[in-house]
Design a protein around this ligand. Structure first.
Ligand SMILES: Nc1nc2c(ncn2[C@@H]2O[C@H](COP(=O)(O)OP(=O)(O)OP(=O)(O)O)[C@@H](O)[C@H]2O)c(=O)[nH]1
Ligand SMILES: [Mg+2]
Length: 382
């Protein structure tokens, strides 16, 4: 489809223009408007045209009056429709302009191809309506018969309605996509980021709550977290970002559902440090053997990142199980920390560990900021 190509080009251009300025990230789809259904859209345009026509007092002879009134209807319908449609295009960012994390996240939530095709169809409708408007306005202007003028206007109405109905499915798809995309987490891609991972129900969201200002949902059953939660905390005037992810089961990536894929994406793109949670109490519903197995998978896949391994719920876990998991963690060359996320016990150690592991990143960041400041200062000088 040609129009679809056009979108890719537009994306590429925007990407170039925006490269390097993705600092303070907002939800990129925040401004997407509610998208009316085809019927609602047609209704709105026709209603507005009637309103405009009844408020208008044409002058001249009867033919001239009919021409003016019907041309006004045609122009109004066209304007309302094209404005509504254009608003969708203007306020929807091209997916390929987004940072990689968001791009892949969007891909797990909506079908990018279909999304682009839907946008392209909106673009097509705008152009087609414009052409029809010109054509019919001209016909109306040259017509000398009041009945023909009315007929032409009705014909125009019929044709634009059918253009909008042609893209009805696309509009509906865009609205569904919008509802999903508006919920995307707002993540600052520049902050040192810690991603929490583990089996369902082990206490990931509870830990996020305790470490940061975030208020994620916590429940005593698995699979509570369906998307990514974000929180921040400040320590020694530096900000840290913590990401809570949906629980992961022990299975290959190809079998993971969309919710689990979000957790993997967060680990892949956002994780500078990973906090891995074990629940040696097994109240989460998964035996420690399963948890160890999943840990090995994740550890193998994301080995380039520093890991902090915590044993949660030690308030209710048996000493035997705790030691068993600790032995396992040590055998992987890591130092396990005991915590009770629920009441905050042991979290001081976790924060210290976070700071220790992110120090090189923080220093690098401070150096960059300093260089930018210096550069600005020098530019001002000359
Ligand atoms: N006894 C005890 N219970 C805890 C502790 N931390 C969390 N819990 C409980 O464990 C249950 C699960 O906690 P969540 O924080 O929702 O777990 P999650 O890992 O985010 O779960 P999903 O989002 O479903 O993957 C809740 O009932 C918590 O109250 C703890 O340190 N001790
Ligand atoms: Mg959770």
């Amino acid at each position: 489809m040609l129009a679809s190509e056009e979108f890719k080009n537009r994306d590429a251009k925007e990407a170039k223009a925006r490269a390097g300025e993705v600092r303070e990230m907002k939800n990129p789809f925040e401004k997407m408007p509610t998208i009316l259904t085809a019927d609602e859209l047609i209704d709105k345009a026709f209603r507005r045209a009637e309103k405009a026509a009844s408020a208008f007092t044409p002058r001249g002879n009867p033919i001239s009056k009919a021409r003016q009134r019907e041309e006004l209807r045609v122009r109004t319908v066209s304007n309302i429709l094209r404005d509504s449609l254009k608003k969708i295009l203007d306020r929807t960012p091209g997916v390929s302009t987004l940072p990689e994390f968001y791009r892949e996240l969007v891909d797990t939530l909506v079908d990018r191809n279909q999304f682009h095709k839907a946008l392209a169809s909106v673009n097509w409708a705008i152009k087609t309506i414009r052409t029809l408007e010109q054509r019919y306005a001209e016909k109306i202007r040259y017509s000398k018969d009041p009945e023909e003028i009315a007929r032409l206007r009705r014909q125009f109405y019929g044709r634009v309605a059918s253009v909008i109905k042609d893209i009805a499915d696309n509009l509906e798809y865009l609205n569904q996509a919008r509802n999903v995309l508006k919920e995307l987490p707002v993540i600052e891609l520049d902050l040192p980021t810690i991603v929490i991972a583990g089996h369902p129900n082990v206490g990931k969201s509870t830990l996020l709550r305790q470490l940061t200002n975030a208020k994620p949902e916590v429940a005593s059953y698995p699979f509570t977290t369906k998307g990514i939660n974000v929180g921040q905390f400040e320590e020694h005037y530096l900000r840290y970002q913590v990401i809570d992810t949906p629980g992961l089961l022990d299975r290959p990536l190809s079998e993971r559902n969309e919710i689990e894929k979000q957790a993997i994406l967060a680990l892949k793109h956002l994780g500078k440090v990973i906090i891995y949670i074990f629940d040696p109490s097994e109240y989460c519903g998964y035996p420690v053997e399963d948890q160890m197995h999943l840990f090995d998978e994740i550890y193998a896949e994301f080995r380039e990142f520093p890991f902090i391994v915590v044993l949660n719920k030690v308030d209710v876990a048996s000493e035997g199980k705790i030691m068993e998991v600790e032995e396992f963690v040590k055998s992987r060359g890591l130092e396990p920390l005991r915590i009770v996320a629920k009441d905050g016990r042991g979290l001081g150690m976790v924060k210290e560990k976070i700071m220790e592991l992110t120090r090189p990143m923080m220093e690098e960041r401070a150096r960059k900021l300093m260089e930018e400041e210096l550069k600005k200062y020098r530019e001002e000088e000359f």
